[in-house]
Design a protein around this ligand. Structure first.
Ligand SMILES: O=C(O)CCC(=O)C(=O)O
Ligand SMILES: [Fe+2]
Length: 365
């Protein structure tokens, strides 16, 4: 490894893992270090396919970062929140609704959760190409931008692309069918997100029934969430029950989003998930997250791979006619602008709906 000197930044110490026995989701583990050979990919493709077809979630381990590198990711992830003055944060806040893009900060109180209560979480989003996109960043991030770029490349080339090969094989397509739609250098919005949740008041907890981030699907193809110890993420299991996602040190929690569901004609599931108040022994702490939100290139039309024999056998399900199908760019902009801002239509006690590009999108309370 080349000798690299890293700038000294404060250490973010997360809360210790919970001791509570929660109802954990049953999420399969994929050892991605095996994906480097054709034999390894042939071995991993069926379990990856089954995980994405049933749970819509899987864990990735052995992706190539050490525990020390992993801790550095979270130290960097806390910088835009702990080391940037509020005034500077406002300067870098994204005009999300207008631009349909998350670049920059999403500050607290932006999304409506329930009963007049707004969110208490901040995120900061960087386009993966970092300094090639004319996106300016706060001062505290300047010294670590090369490391964030390396983090984006790691997610893209060592996690996303290997996984996309497995998922293409699962659809019995040429193994690069999805990789070809996810160029690192193509025009598209795949981005790095750092996120920080702050503890809330009892009143906020009561009014939202402890929901910190409403049940939703992600917009893109694949979300890579760097596992962190504060339990709060839940997924809606196939049996209709919310189950907790357990922390695995240095693992990645990966899920499929809307775009993957479109491309696969429902073969891979964009699973609903939400964030709730952590268990009692982890309350009162902040919760810092690091993510890579992947989408296809902007010009890809989100229509199913009808040539796939696997999809034909399973039955292709469309959420709109192919002729009306949005491009990735239309879908991400539409979803991003509306999220947490639009008037949702109440279907029943749990489900609310909105229509984006002619397609019905569900939100869960
Ligand atoms: O914070 C988490 O664990 C999940 C956040 C999430 O679902 C999202 O940002 O889309
Ligand atoms: Fe999400």
């Amino acid at each position: 490894m080349p000798a690299t000197t890293f700038s000294s930044i404060p250490h973010y110490e997360p809360a210790p893992p919970t001791h509570e026995e929660l109802e954990w989701a049953d999420i399969p583990i994929i050892d991605i270090s095996k994906a480097g050979t054709p034999e390894g990919r042939a071995e991993l493709a069926p379990p990856a396919r089954d995980a994405m077809r049933t749970q819509g979630f899987l864990y990735i381990i052995n992706h190539g970062y050490t525990q020390t590198q992993n801790e550095r990711v979270f130290d960097i992830a806390d910088l835009p929140f702990a080391q940037v003055p509020e005034e500077e944060k406002r300067l870098f806040a994204g005009d999300i609704k207008k631009t349909g893009s998350y670049r920059g900060y999403k500050l607290r109180n932006y999304w409506h959760i329930d009963n007049g209560v707004h969110d208490q979480l901040e995120h900061y989003n960087l386009h993966r190409a970092i300094d090639q996109q004319n996106q300016q960043h706060p001062k505290a991030l300047q010294p670590v931008l090369p490391e964030i770029r390396a983090f984006a490349e790691h997610n893209h080339h060592n996690v996303l692309h290997p996984l996309l090969r497995l998922l293409a094989l699962g659809m019995e397509l040429p193994e690069d069918a999805l990789v070809e739609q996810h160029g690192f250098d193509s025009k598209g919005e795949t981005y790095v997100r750092f996120m920080k949740y702050y503890p809330r008041t009892d009143d906020e907890e009561i009014k939202t029934k402890n929901v910190w981030l409403k049940g939703h699907t992600d917009f893109g193809t694949i979300t890579i969430l760097w596992s962190q110890p504060v339990s709060a993420l839940q997924i809606l299991s196939p049996d209709g029950k919310w189950r907790w996602v357990k922390h695995i040190p240095n693992a990645l929690v990966v899920n499929a989003g809307d775009a993957m569901e479109f491309l696969s004609g429902g073969f891979y599931k964009a699973t609903i998930h939400r964030v709730v108040q952590p268990p009692a022994d982890q309350r009162g702490h902040t919760r810092v997250g690091a993510f890579y939100f992947a989408m296809t290139d902007d010009d890809v039309r989100l229509i199913p791979f009808t040539e796939s024999a696997a999809l034909q056998r399973a039955g292709i399900v469309r959420r709109c006619d192919d002729a009306d199908a949005p491009t990735m760019e239309q879908w991400r902009r539409g979803r991003t602008s509306a999220y947490g801002q639009s008037e949702l239509k109440k279907k029943d006690e749990v489900v609310e709906e909105e229509v984006i590009n002619g397609v019905v999108v569900k939100h869960y309370n």
